[in-house]
Ligand binder design. Structure first.
Ligand code: PLP
Length: 453
């Protein structure tokens, strides 16, 4: 542990602009479609749901760089730039010739990368004069980040929290309440979407798709209220590129450049954040880095999903997104990596995967906890169950390098710490955790009648 080496930047090195990958993509994603007219979406179509500036960012396919407002950079300074760490302890434990680095996003006040996008989303809502916001949360990471950001900018926030996590992770609920947010277990009786699913399936433990429907419904039926989302969308990936932009400078300080970049994958925000700034050097032909998104075996949209238009939520309130999907009604197993239990992947990542520009792996739950334990013992940080998927993928690559006798440079994103997820570790230690896989029949059934073409 003591041998690990940190690469530290100064406040002035916090990026001044976010990187928008879309203008440089060899094949751009198909347009999102309006769910009513089935026509390509215009920014105005999103104004009832999202703040206007965020709607414009969402559909911006021309500007590669989007300036970060000073108020947002000032908030970033609370914990950014985050450290890049050479994981010598882990290298030694694996006895690998690979050089392993991780970007430590767990040092934010809420313990994850989610704050990188929560702050600008709250800022642009506030700037437009919006007073109330709604959102959903799975494991509670996004809800916690949004609660802090909403408090800072003086916005009222209601969070729909997936019921299984509401019960499994009570401390994330307390964190949100401490920051002053209202937290509602989803499905709830407070919305039409929630009432319908409770009536149809009384014991339903919730999903991100259902929680999104509830939050969108409340936002669109409440005056001066908008909805904010913590993953999947282009503007969220955009905000997260501060991770990779900083890491690029820090890898240069270390005198290395990654052969492999890895991020765990829920809807794609932290994977996009660490990857896109490096991916642009692949597009220009200067570099040939491999990118690996690590998803759970129980929710394998990138490795086994169908490329099709689908809704972002369960009830079908959102625009149609061209995505790799398991179907918007997919109800994943109750694994502990709650932040990865989402049915689809963002449009950009889906297109990149389709075009073979990034890779994906799916990882069984027990392997992720074994990787997490090794990481905790060799690097001292207890990782979030979500982040452990990236660690497990990095370990696979480091062991492959050892087998092949090659010295690969591996960079992964540590998206968050697991100090509020100790119930999950308890179950692992007690031997109560199992792997969850899904059959091809289940996938076929769930993706049989997707909306749109
Ligand atoms: C939410 C979350 C994820 C998954 O979301 P992405 O948008 O795919 O990044 C991963 N890790 C942590 C710690 C999270 O909170």
């Amino acid at each position: 542990m003591s041998e690990s080496k940190k690469f530290i930047l100064q406040e002035r090195d916090i990026p001044t602009a976010w990187y928008n990958i879309i203008p440089s993509m060899p094949v751009k994603p198909e347009p999102m479609l309006h769910p009513g007219t089935m026509k390509p979406l215009q920014p105005e179509d999103l104004y009832p749901i999202f703040a206007e500036e965020l709607s414009r960012q969402e559909l911006n396919v021309t500007d590669s760089w989007i300036e970060i407002p000073e108020e947002v950079r000032d908030m970033y300074k609370i914990w950014r730039p985050t450290p890049l760490v050479r994981a010598r302890g882990l290298e030694k434990a694996l006895d690998t010739p690979a050089r392993i680095y991780f970007k430590n996003e767990s040092v934010s006040p809420v313990g994850s990368h989610k704050l990188n996008s929560a702050i600008p989303q709250a800022y642009f809502c506030k700037k437009q004069g919006i007073t109330n916001i709604t959102t959903e949360t799975g494991a509670g990471q996004w809800g916690a980040a949004m609660s802090l950001a909403a408090r800072h900018f003086g916005l009222e926030l209601a969070v729909y929290m997936v019921k299984v996590s509401y019960n499994q992770k009570p401390y994330r609920r307390s964190i949100m309440q401490t920051y002053g947010a209202e937290v509602i277990a989803s499905p709830s009786m407070s919305t039409r979407a929630g009432r319908k699913i409770i009536t149809d399936h009384p014991n339903y433990q919730g999903s991100l798709g259902t929680a999104i429907s509830e939050a969108v419904e409340l936002a669109t039926s409440t005056p001066n209220c908008r909805y904010v989302l913590g993953s999947v969308l282009n503007h969220v990936a955009l905000h997260q590129t501060v991770i990779g932009l900083e890491a690029e400078k820090q890898m240069a300080m270390a005198g290395d450049y990654p052969d492999i970049v890895i991020g765990c994958f829920g809807g794609g925000s932290n994977f996009s954040g660490i990857s896109f700034p490096f991916l642009r050097h692949n597009f220009s032909g200067e570099r040939h880095t491999r990118f690996i998104a690590a998803e759970p075996e129980s929710c394998p949209k990138l490795t086994r999903g169908k490329f099709h238009y689908d809704f972002g939520d369960e009830a079908g309130y959102t625009p149609l997104i061209p995505m790799l999907t398991l179907g918007h009604n997919f109800s994943p197993a109750n694994i502990h990596a709650g932040g990865l239990r989402y049915h689809g992947a963002g449009a950009v990542v889906s297109q990149l995967k389709k075009d073979g520009l990034i890779d994906a792996v799916d990882i069984p739950q027990l392997e992720t906890f074994s990787a997490a334990t090794l990481f905790a013992r060799s690097e001292g940080i207890i990782p979030a169950p979500e982040s452990s998927h990236a660690i497990a993928a990095a370990i696979r690559e480091a062991l492959r390098a050892k087998e092949e006798g090659t010295s690969k440079v591996i960079l992964f994103n540590l998206s968050g710490h697991g100090l509020i997820d100790m119930t999950a570790y308890d179950s692992y230690i007690a031997g109560d955790l199992t792997n969850h896989t899904i059959t091809q029949e289940e996938i076929d059934r769930n993706t049989a009648d997707l909306p749109g073409k």
